[in-house]
Design a protein around this ligand. Sequence first.
Ligand code: FAD
Ligand code: NAP
Length: 435
Amino acid sequence: MGLRVAVIGSGPAGIYTAEALVKQSPEPVEVDVLERLPTPYGLVRYGVAPDHTSIKSIANYLRRVLELPQVRFLGGVTLGEHVSAAELLGAYDAVVYATGAMVDRRLGIPGEDLPGSVAATDFVNWYCGHPDVEPSRFALDSPEVAVIGVGNVAVDVVRILAKTAEELAATDVPHDVLERLGRSRVEVVHMVGRRGPQHAKFTLKELRELGELANADVRVRPEEAVVLGGDYPRQVRGNLDVLRSWAQRAAAGRPRRLDVRFWLRPVEILGTERVEGLRLERTRLTPEGRVEGTGEFETLPVGMVLRSVGYQSVPLPGVPFSQETMTVPNEAGRVREREYVAGWLKRGPTGVIGTNKSDAAETVRTLLSDLAGREPARRAGLDELLARRGVRPVTYEEWLAIEAAEAELAKSLGRGERVKLTGLEAMLRACRPGP
Ligand SMILES: Cc1cc2nc3c(=O)[nH]c(=O)nc-3n(C[C@H](O)[C@H](O)[C@H](O)COP(=O)(O)OP(=O)(O)OC[C@H]3O[C@@H](n4cnc5c(N)ncnc54)[C@H](O)[C@@H]3O)c2cc1C
Ligand SMILES: NC(=O)c1ccc[n+]([C@@H]2O[C@H](COP(=O)([O-])OP(=O)(O)OC[C@H]3O[C@@H](n4cnc5c(N)ncnc54)[C@H](OP(=O)(O)O)[C@@H]3O)[C@@H](O)[C@H]2O)c1
């Protein structure tokens, strides 16, 4: 009897885990990849920006793993709702949790819950067509918007706000979302860092793209781009050079403006019924390298605040979770007997797609060494259990039918290779046409 493993989550971490199991296992292995959505690839489908088509094409690598004869995709199956961790342990020799980080970190300032104060997780889900967010969710009716945070997600969000609908027409952005982007009244986008340019988390390639936008001028205040001394890594030096060059650039009169700001921390989101402004306090570094407020304040007249300050994992029922690190505590991927973890749920929400490959390989090494020489066990089947509960998993072939419907939709709209279907119902209709 071969090894049977359930992987929970079909993002990069889950799929690289399945691949590593097939590659590394000395004995025959069967891997079931369970995913709460009808569609695989996690943030590659619902996170990576739609205009970054070459990164999105990583899905073509991931699909080859799901097509391996040892691997099975079961979409529409949620751990904690359709099946419990204990039931999975009854059905498989081991379980690997790879459910990522799907909610936003909080700022903890007054006004954070006002209408118009939006988590980047929701905004990204919106333009990526995630079924959790309705296409009608955002109207973009404010001329000024603030994006808090200077990481790569903030850069993605800013770029999507700055581009025209025409520039995004060939992407897979859902059609209703594209139409809303076309009606956007946004003229100025402020991207706000609470520390200096040398501390920004965005990477050079992503930053440079902001300077090449056809529809927006980028502005940096010379006094905020000054960085004294310091022996910075190459990546940081590159960022600083780009920001300094922008500080000297004259505006070209493009329709939109992007203001990249530093040394400003959010203290309050203002407004009564909805967001009317963002109050910021200027900051400086203490001799110990901490950031402190200077007591000098500034208010941006924005009608929308996008909080892009990082993602966060959520606890899975019956699975250990540290409220301190907001991850599943583990040793080289081992959580406890026969339970393992990979990806953002294991390490926290940082790192590019490729980071999850070596991370998953480590988890699989631990798993295989723990399970080597185990007593073969006859285990209950998951399929019967799901059938008894009336859960019919979306198969890989059904997912291909959803993909085909998205390609068909793009063709009928005269757009690019595909246009996302939104809503679970539309996806299920596409793969299970009824009478
Ligand atoms: C907005 C954004 C843009 C990014 N862009 C890039 C980029 O351009 N380039 C790059 O290299 N990296 C990018 N990254 C980083 C990259 O996406 C992550 O490193 C990677 O996706 C993490 O993989 P993961 O599998 O751990 O999580 P995820 O990709 O989030 O996958 C987790 C999967 O688990 C599923 N799931 C969750 N809960 C359950 C449950 N209870 N039961 C069953 N299934 C469940 C989810 O639906 C999801 O499919 C981006 C990240 C974000 C947030
Ligand atoms: N193209 C790509 O390769 C790409 C695209 C998107 C995402 N990703 C990756 O995905 C990961 C997640 O990206 P991310 O942008 O969500 O996270 P991130 O890189 O951790 O950036 C978070 C930003 O939020 C700021 N922040 C945190 N708490 C704050 C607070 N209370 N007030 C104000 N600012 C606050 C941080 O500032 P401090 O530094 O001061 O804490 C930082 O600027 C990263 O590894 C990223 O590289 C990659």
